[in-house]
Design a protein around this ligand. Structure first.
Ligand code: ZN
Ligand code: ZN
Length: 420
Protein backbone atom coordinates (compact mmCIF):
# COMPACT_ATOMS: atom_id res chain seq x y z
CA UNK A 1 0.00 0.00 0.00
CA UNK A 2 1.20 3.47 -0.86
CA UNK A 3 1.92 5.71 2.11
CA UNK A 4 1.19 9.42 1.73
CA UNK A 5 2.29 12.36 3.88
CA UNK A 6 0.07 12.90 6.95
CA UNK A 7 -2.97 15.14 6.57
CA UNK A 8 -2.11 18.80 7.00
CA UNK A 9 1.52 18.42 5.91
CA UNK A 10 3.10 19.11 2.54
CA UNK A 11 6.27 18.29 0.70
CA UNK A 12 8.13 21.31 -0.58
CA UNK A 13 9.53 20.09 -3.88
CA UNK A 14 12.62 21.56 -5.60
CA UNK A 15 10.79 24.17 -7.70
CA UNK A 16 8.77 25.39 -4.73
CA UNK A 17 11.86 25.21 -2.50
CA UNK A 18 13.49 27.88 -4.69
CA UNK A 19 10.69 30.24 -3.65
CA UNK A 20 11.16 29.31 -0.01
CA UNK A 21 14.89 29.94 -0.25
CA UNK A 22 14.31 33.32 -1.87
CA UNK A 23 11.77 34.37 0.79
CA UNK A 24 14.04 33.17 3.57
CA UNK A 25 16.97 35.09 2.11
CA UNK A 26 15.02 38.38 2.00
CA UNK A 27 13.72 37.89 5.54
CA UNK A 28 17.17 37.07 6.88
CA UNK A 29 18.64 40.13 5.22
CA UNK A 30 16.20 42.42 7.02
CA UNK A 31 16.99 40.75 10.34
CA UNK A 32 20.69 41.11 9.63
CA UNK A 33 20.60 44.85 9.07
CA UNK A 34 18.51 45.36 12.21
CA UNK A 35 21.18 43.39 14.10
CA UNK A 36 19.18 40.34 15.14
CA UNK A 37 20.94 37.06 15.85
CA UNK A 38 19.40 33.75 14.86
CA UNK A 39 18.39 31.22 17.49
CA UNK A 40 17.59 27.62 16.51
CA UNK A 41 15.72 25.93 19.30
CA UNK A 42 14.65 22.26 19.37
CA UNK A 43 11.48 21.29 17.55
CA UNK A 44 10.19 19.57 20.71
CA UNK A 45 10.18 20.83 24.28
CA UNK A 46 8.84 19.75 27.67
CA UNK A 47 5.07 20.16 27.49
CA UNK A 48 5.11 22.28 30.63
CA UNK A 49 6.98 25.06 28.81
CA UNK A 50 4.03 25.75 26.52
CA UNK A 51 1.46 25.30 29.29
CA UNK A 52 3.29 28.06 31.21
CA UNK A 53 4.52 30.16 28.31
CA UNK A 54 1.34 30.25 26.20
CA UNK A 55 -1.31 29.72 28.88
CA UNK A 56 -3.28 26.65 29.99
CA UNK A 57 -6.62 28.03 28.80
CA UNK A 58 -5.61 28.99 25.28
CA UNK A 59 -6.92 27.07 22.25
CA UNK A 60 -3.35 26.17 21.33
CA UNK A 61 -2.59 24.44 24.62
CA UNK A 62 -6.06 23.01 25.17
CA UNK A 63 -6.74 21.55 21.76
CA UNK A 64 -4.01 21.96 19.19
CA UNK A 65 -0.70 20.63 20.50
CA UNK A 66 1.04 17.45 19.39
CA UNK A 67 1.83 16.02 22.80
CA UNK A 68 3.13 12.54 23.52
CA UNK A 69 5.07 10.55 26.11
CA UNK A 70 8.58 9.64 25.02
CA UNK A 71 10.24 6.28 25.81
CA UNK A 72 11.25 7.63 29.20
CA UNK A 73 7.67 8.58 30.08
CA UNK A 74 8.29 12.36 29.76
CA UNK A 75 5.59 14.54 28.28
CA UNK A 76 6.95 16.09 25.10
CA UNK A 77 5.29 18.58 22.75
CA UNK A 78 6.16 19.59 19.20
CA UNK A 79 6.51 23.37 19.37
CA UNK A 80 3.26 25.11 18.36
CA UNK A 81 4.94 28.55 18.22
CA UNK A 82 8.36 30.10 18.68
CA UNK A 83 8.21 32.53 21.57
CA UNK A 84 8.15 30.14 24.54
CA UNK A 85 11.21 28.27 23.27
CA UNK A 86 13.14 31.48 22.62
CA UNK A 87 12.37 32.75 26.12
CA UNK A 88 13.45 29.39 27.56
CA UNK A 89 16.74 29.53 25.64
CA UNK A 90 17.25 33.15 26.71
CA UNK A 91 16.94 32.13 30.37
CA UNK A 92 18.79 28.83 30.08
CA UNK A 93 21.87 30.46 28.54
CA UNK A 94 21.62 33.63 30.61
CA UNK A 95 21.73 35.76 27.46
CA UNK A 96 20.65 38.81 29.48
CA UNK A 97 24.14 38.92 30.99
CA UNK A 98 25.81 39.25 27.58
CA UNK A 99 24.26 42.46 26.28
CA UNK A 100 21.72 44.94 27.55
CA UNK A 101 19.15 44.04 24.93
CA UNK A 102 18.84 40.60 23.35
CA UNK A 103 17.51 40.63 19.79
CA UNK A 104 16.78 37.18 18.41
CA UNK A 105 15.05 35.79 15.34
CA UNK A 106 13.94 32.32 14.30
CA UNK A 107 12.74 30.67 11.12
CA UNK A 108 11.35 27.15 11.16
CA UNK A 109 8.53 24.64 11.38
CA UNK A 110 5.77 24.74 14.02
CA UNK A 111 3.07 22.15 14.69
CA UNK A 112 -0.60 22.51 15.53
CA UNK A 113 -3.39 20.00 15.12
CA UNK A 114 -5.88 22.33 13.48
CA UNK A 115 -8.43 21.61 10.80
CA UNK A 116 -6.41 21.82 7.58
CA UNK A 117 -7.69 24.37 5.06
CA UNK A 118 -6.30 26.53 2.28
CA UNK A 119 -3.04 28.00 3.53
CA UNK A 120 -3.29 26.33 6.92
CA UNK A 121 -1.19 23.31 7.69
CA UNK A 122 -0.51 21.15 10.73
CA UNK A 123 3.19 21.50 10.12
CA UNK A 124 3.62 25.11 9.14
CA UNK A 125 6.50 27.56 9.15
CA UNK A 126 6.99 30.81 10.92
CA UNK A 127 9.66 33.42 11.21
CA UNK A 128 9.67 35.87 14.03
CA UNK A 129 11.66 37.97 16.41
CA UNK A 130 11.89 38.40 20.16
CA UNK A 131 13.51 41.40 21.81
CA UNK A 132 14.21 40.83 25.48
CA UNK A 133 15.32 43.35 28.08
CA UNK A 134 14.12 46.63 26.60
CA UNK A 135 11.24 48.79 27.81
CA UNK A 136 11.58 51.68 25.41
CA UNK A 137 8.63 52.38 23.09
CA UNK A 138 11.29 52.99 20.45
CA UNK A 139 11.85 49.24 20.19
CA UNK A 140 8.08 48.68 19.73
CA UNK A 141 8.11 51.09 16.80
CA UNK A 142 11.29 49.56 15.39
CA UNK A 143 9.89 46.02 15.53
CA UNK A 144 6.72 47.14 13.71
CA UNK A 145 8.71 49.08 11.11
CA UNK A 146 10.95 46.07 10.55
CA UNK A 147 7.94 43.76 10.05
CA UNK A 148 6.53 46.06 7.36
CA UNK A 149 9.95 46.34 5.74
CA UNK A 150 10.09 42.57 5.26
CA UNK A 151 6.85 42.58 3.27
CA UNK A 152 7.83 45.63 1.28
CA UNK A 153 11.14 44.01 0.40
CA UNK A 154 9.21 41.02 -0.92
CA UNK A 155 7.15 43.35 -3.11
CA UNK A 156 3.98 43.45 -1.00
CA UNK A 157 3.22 47.15 -0.69
CA UNK A 158 -0.51 47.12 0.03
CA UNK A 159 0.08 46.77 3.72
CA UNK A 160 -1.79 48.06 6.68
CA UNK A 161 -0.60 48.02 10.28
CA UNK A 162 -3.31 47.59 12.91
CA UNK A 163 -2.25 48.83 16.29
CA UNK A 164 -3.65 48.79 19.78
CA UNK A 165 -2.59 48.79 23.40
CA UNK A 166 -3.94 46.12 25.73
CA UNK A 167 -2.47 47.85 28.79
CA UNK A 168 -0.72 46.30 31.76
CA UNK A 169 -2.19 43.96 34.42
CA UNK A 170 -3.24 47.01 36.47
CA UNK A 171 -5.23 48.93 33.89
CA UNK A 172 -6.43 45.78 32.18
CA UNK A 173 -8.04 44.58 35.42
CA UNK A 174 -10.08 47.81 35.57
CA UNK A 175 -11.04 47.48 31.94
CA UNK A 176 -11.89 43.81 32.35
CA UNK A 177 -14.36 44.72 35.07
CA UNK A 178 -15.95 47.45 32.96
CA UNK A 179 -16.24 45.04 30.05
CA UNK A 180 -17.79 42.35 32.27
CA UNK A 181 -20.30 44.90 33.58
CA UNK A 182 -21.26 45.64 29.99
CA UNK A 183 -21.34 42.06 28.68
CA UNK A 184 -22.75 40.06 31.60
CA UNK A 185 -26.36 41.32 31.33
CA UNK A 186 -26.35 40.24 27.66
CA UNK A 187 -24.24 37.10 28.06
CA UNK A 188 -27.14 34.88 26.90
CA UNK A 189 -26.96 36.48 23.45
CA UNK A 190 -23.23 35.82 22.96
CA UNK A 191 -22.03 32.87 20.87
CA UNK A 192 -21.01 29.68 22.67
CA UNK A 193 -17.27 30.43 22.45
CA UNK A 194 -17.78 33.94 23.81
CA UNK A 195 -19.82 32.67 26.75
CA UNK A 196 -16.76 30.59 27.64
CA UNK A 197 -14.40 33.49 26.94
CA UNK A 198 -16.48 35.72 29.20
CA UNK A 199 -15.41 33.57 32.14
CA UNK A 200 -11.82 32.88 31.09
CA UNK A 201 -10.70 35.98 29.23
CA UNK A 202 -13.46 38.49 28.43
CA UNK A 203 -11.14 40.64 26.28
CA UNK A 204 -11.19 37.94 23.66
CA UNK A 205 -14.91 38.54 23.13
CA UNK A 206 -13.77 41.73 21.37
CA UNK A 207 -12.13 39.86 18.50
CA UNK A 208 -15.03 37.44 17.91
CA UNK A 209 -16.07 37.37 14.26
CA UNK A 210 -19.76 36.65 14.97
CA UNK A 211 -21.91 39.65 13.92
CA UNK A 212 -24.11 39.23 17.02
CA UNK A 213 -21.09 39.38 19.35
CA UNK A 214 -19.65 42.30 17.38
CA UNK A 215 -22.95 44.12 17.75
CA UNK A 216 -22.89 43.65 21.50
CA UNK A 217 -19.26 44.74 21.84
CA UNK A 218 -19.72 47.74 19.52
CA UNK A 219 -21.14 49.77 22.41
CA UNK A 220 -18.74 48.29 24.98
CA UNK A 221 -16.32 50.60 26.79
CA UNK A 222 -13.00 50.97 24.96
CA UNK A 223 -9.69 49.89 26.39
CA UNK A 224 -7.80 53.08 25.57
CA UNK A 225 -9.96 55.04 28.00
CA UNK A 226 -8.82 52.71 30.79
CA UNK A 227 -5.08 52.78 30.16
CA UNK A 228 -3.03 53.87 33.19
CA UNK A 229 -0.67 56.80 32.81
CA UNK A 230 2.36 54.64 32.07
CA UNK A 231 0.55 52.56 29.43
CA UNK A 232 -1.05 55.63 27.83
CA UNK A 233 2.25 57.49 27.51
CA UNK A 234 3.99 54.36 26.18
CA UNK A 235 1.28 53.98 23.53
CA UNK A 236 1.50 57.67 22.61
CA UNK A 237 5.27 57.38 22.20
CA UNK A 238 4.98 54.29 19.98
CA UNK A 239 2.57 56.18 17.71
CA UNK A 240 4.84 59.22 17.66
CA UNK A 241 7.85 57.12 16.61
CA UNK A 242 5.84 55.30 13.94
CA UNK A 243 4.68 58.66 12.58
CA UNK A 244 8.26 59.86 12.51
CA UNK A 245 9.38 56.71 10.65
CA UNK A 246 6.57 57.12 8.14
CA UNK A 247 4.91 53.84 9.10
CA UNK A 248 1.20 54.09 8.35
CA UNK A 249 -1.04 52.42 10.93
CA UNK A 250 -4.62 52.25 12.00
CA UNK A 251 -5.74 52.11 15.62
CA UNK A 252 -7.96 49.05 16.04
CA UNK A 253 -9.52 48.95 19.49
CA UNK A 254 -10.81 45.41 18.86
CA UNK A 255 -7.33 44.07 18.35
CA UNK A 256 -6.47 42.08 21.49
CA UNK A 257 -4.57 39.11 19.94
CA UNK A 258 -5.30 35.55 20.97
CA UNK A 259 -2.69 35.09 23.65
CA UNK A 260 -3.04 36.17 27.26
CA UNK A 261 0.53 37.27 27.73
CA UNK A 262 0.48 40.48 25.72
CA UNK A 263 0.92 43.81 27.49
CA UNK A 264 0.76 47.33 26.07
CA UNK A 265 1.49 47.33 22.33
CA UNK A 266 -0.20 44.74 20.11
CA UNK A 267 -0.16 44.87 16.33
CA UNK A 268 -0.92 43.02 13.14
CA UNK A 269 0.32 43.55 9.64
CA UNK A 270 -2.55 43.06 7.24
CA UNK A 271 -2.21 42.55 3.53
CA UNK A 272 -5.18 44.07 1.75
CA UNK A 273 -6.94 41.77 -0.64
CA UNK A 274 -6.38 38.56 1.29
CA UNK A 275 -9.99 38.30 2.45
CA UNK A 276 -11.24 37.72 5.97
CA UNK A 277 -8.13 36.01 7.33
CA UNK A 278 -5.80 38.67 6.13
CA UNK A 279 -3.23 39.20 8.88
CA UNK A 280 0.18 38.12 7.61
CA UNK A 281 2.03 38.90 10.81
CA UNK A 282 1.12 39.59 14.40
CA UNK A 283 2.84 40.40 17.62
CA UNK A 284 3.16 42.63 20.59
CA UNK A 285 4.81 43.39 23.88
CA UNK A 286 4.81 40.74 26.61
CA UNK A 287 6.40 42.26 29.69
CA UNK A 288 5.17 39.49 32.02
CA UNK A 289 6.13 36.44 29.98
CA UNK A 290 9.75 35.92 31.08
CA UNK A 291 8.66 35.93 34.70
CA UNK A 292 5.82 33.55 33.89
CA UNK A 293 8.45 31.21 32.43
CA UNK A 294 10.45 31.31 35.66
CA UNK A 295 12.87 34.18 34.95
CA UNK A 296 13.43 37.61 36.48
CA UNK A 297 11.12 40.48 35.46
CA UNK A 298 12.19 41.24 31.87
CA UNK A 299 10.33 43.27 29.27
CA UNK A 300 9.89 41.68 25.87
CA UNK A 301 8.34 42.25 22.49
CA UNK A 302 8.12 40.20 19.32
CA UNK A 303 6.14 39.08 16.33
CA UNK A 304 5.55 35.93 14.36
CA UNK A 305 4.66 35.58 10.71
CA UNK A 306 3.47 32.61 8.69
CA UNK A 307 5.46 31.56 5.66
CA UNK A 308 2.84 29.45 3.82
CA UNK A 309 0.30 32.28 3.71
CA UNK A 310 3.01 34.70 2.67
CA UNK A 311 4.05 32.50 -0.26
CA UNK A 312 0.42 32.03 -1.35
CA UNK A 313 0.02 35.81 -1.28
CA UNK A 314 3.19 36.36 -3.32
CA UNK A 315 1.98 33.83 -5.89
CA UNK A 316 -1.50 35.33 -6.12
CA UNK A 317 -0.12 38.84 -6.48
CA UNK A 318 2.40 37.76 -9.11
CA UNK A 319 5.27 39.03 -6.97
CA UNK A 320 7.59 36.07 -7.35
CA UNK A 321 10.86 36.70 -9.20
CA UNK A 322 12.05 34.42 -12.01
CA UNK A 323 13.76 31.61 -10.16
CA UNK A 324 15.51 28.86 -12.05
CA UNK A 325 16.62 25.49 -10.83
CA UNK A 326 17.90 24.58 -14.28
CA UNK A 327 21.49 23.48 -14.86
CA UNK A 328 23.66 26.09 -16.57
CA UNK A 329 25.54 23.39 -18.41
CA UNK A 330 24.49 19.93 -19.57
CA UNK A 331 27.50 17.84 -20.43
CA UNK A 332 26.71 15.29 -23.09
CA UNK A 333 29.05 12.33 -23.56
CA UNK A 334 29.26 10.15 -26.67
CA UNK A 335 30.92 6.75 -26.40
CA UNK A 336 32.97 5.18 -23.61
CA UNK A 337 36.38 6.74 -24.17
CA UNK A 338 35.44 10.39 -23.29
CA UNK A 339 33.57 9.43 -20.09
CA UNK A 340 36.41 9.99 -17.66
CA UNK A 341 37.45 13.27 -19.31
CA UNK A 342 33.83 14.46 -19.29
CA UNK A 343 33.62 13.76 -15.59
CA UNK A 344 36.85 15.69 -15.05
CA UNK A 345 35.48 18.66 -17.03
CA UNK A 346 32.21 18.58 -15.08
CA UNK A 347 34.09 18.59 -11.78
CA UNK A 348 36.20 21.51 -12.98
CA UNK A 349 33.12 23.52 -14.00
CA UNK A 350 31.45 22.79 -10.65
CA UNK A 351 34.60 23.98 -8.87
CA UNK A 352 34.17 27.25 -10.80
CA UNK A 353 30.62 27.60 -9.48
CA UNK A 354 28.90 26.57 -12.71
CA UNK A 355 25.81 24.44 -12.16
CA UNK A 356 26.58 21.36 -14.24
CA UNK A 357 24.70 18.19 -15.11
CA UNK A 358 26.39 15.23 -16.74
CA UNK A 359 25.19 12.32 -18.89
CA UNK A 360 25.68 9.18 -16.83
CA UNK A 361 24.04 6.48 -18.93
CA UNK A 362 25.78 6.89 -22.32
CA UNK A 363 22.56 7.22 -24.36
CA UNK A 364 22.23 8.44 -27.95
CA UNK A 365 22.89 12.11 -28.70
CA UNK A 366 19.21 12.59 -29.50
CA UNK A 367 18.13 11.22 -26.13
CA UNK A 368 20.71 13.39 -24.36
CA UNK A 369 19.62 16.54 -26.18
CA UNK A 370 16.02 15.78 -25.23
CA UNK A 371 17.04 15.59 -21.58
CA UNK A 372 19.05 18.83 -21.80
CA UNK A 373 16.00 20.49 -23.31
CA UNK A 374 13.68 19.13 -20.62
CA UNK A 375 16.06 20.33 -17.91
CA UNK A 376 16.11 23.75 -19.59
CA UNK A 377 19.90 23.83 -19.62
CA UNK A 378 21.34 27.09 -20.99
CA UNK A 379 24.36 25.45 -22.60
CA UNK A 380 25.10 21.94 -23.77
CA UNK A 381 28.64 20.62 -24.08
CA UNK A 382 29.21 17.59 -26.29
CA UNK A 383 32.30 15.45 -25.85
CA UNK A 384 32.82 12.62 -28.34
CA UNK A 385 35.90 10.68 -29.43
CA UNK A 386 36.91 13.24 -32.11
CA UNK A 387 36.78 16.13 -29.65
CA UNK A 388 38.69 14.03 -27.12
CA UNK A 389 41.49 13.54 -29.66
CA UNK A 390 41.56 17.28 -30.49
CA UNK A 391 41.31 18.36 -26.80
CA UNK A 392 38.19 20.38 -27.60
CA UNK A 393 34.49 20.22 -26.82
CA UNK A 394 31.38 21.32 -28.73
CA UNK A 395 29.46 24.09 -27.03
CA UNK A 396 25.84 24.66 -28.00
CA UNK A 397 23.90 27.68 -26.83
CA UNK A 398 20.37 26.32 -26.54
CA UNK A 399 18.61 29.67 -26.73
CA UNK A 400 20.50 30.97 -29.76
CA UNK A 401 20.67 27.55 -31.40
CA UNK A 402 24.37 28.16 -32.23
CA UNK A 403 27.26 25.84 -31.66
CA UNK A 404 31.03 25.90 -31.97
CA UNK A 405 34.10 23.94 -30.94
CA UNK A 406 36.04 25.27 -27.95
CA UNK A 407 39.50 24.17 -26.74
CA UNK A 408 39.44 22.75 -23.20
CA UNK A 409 41.68 25.44 -21.75
CA UNK A 410 39.34 28.23 -22.93
CA UNK A 411 36.21 26.45 -21.79
CA UNK A 412 35.55 28.15 -18.44
CA UNK A 413 36.06 31.63 -19.88
CA UNK A 414 33.83 30.92 -22.87
CA UNK A 415 31.07 29.45 -20.67
CA UNK A 416 31.18 32.45 -18.34
CA UNK A 417 30.85 34.77 -21.35
CA UNK A 418 27.94 32.77 -22.77
CA UNK A 419 26.16 32.76 -19.42
CA UNK A 420 26.69 36.51 -19.11
ZN1 ZN B 1 -1.26 50.11 32.52
ZN1 ZN C 1 -18.67 35.40 19.88
Amino acid sequence: MKINAPKGTQDILPEQALIWQWVEKQVREVFRVYNYGEVRTPIFEHTELFARGIGETTDIVEKEMYTFLDQGGRSITLRPEGTASVVRAFLEHNLAAKTGVTKLFYFGPMFRQEKPQAGRFRQFHQFGVEVLGENSPLIDAEVIAMATEIYRRLGLDALEVRLNSVGCPVCRANYRQALLDHLTPRSGELCASCQRRLVQNPLRVLDCKSPVCQGITAEAPQLDQYLCEDCASHFAAVRRYLDAMGVVYMIDSRLVRGLDYYTKTVFEVVYQGLGAQNAVCGGGRYDGLVQQCGGPPTPGIGFAAGVERLIITLEKQGKLPELSGAPQVYLSVLGDAPKLKAFEIAQNLRAQGIRTELEYAGRSLKAQMKTADKLNAALVLILGEDELARETIVLRNMKKGEQREVPWRELVTVIQEELG
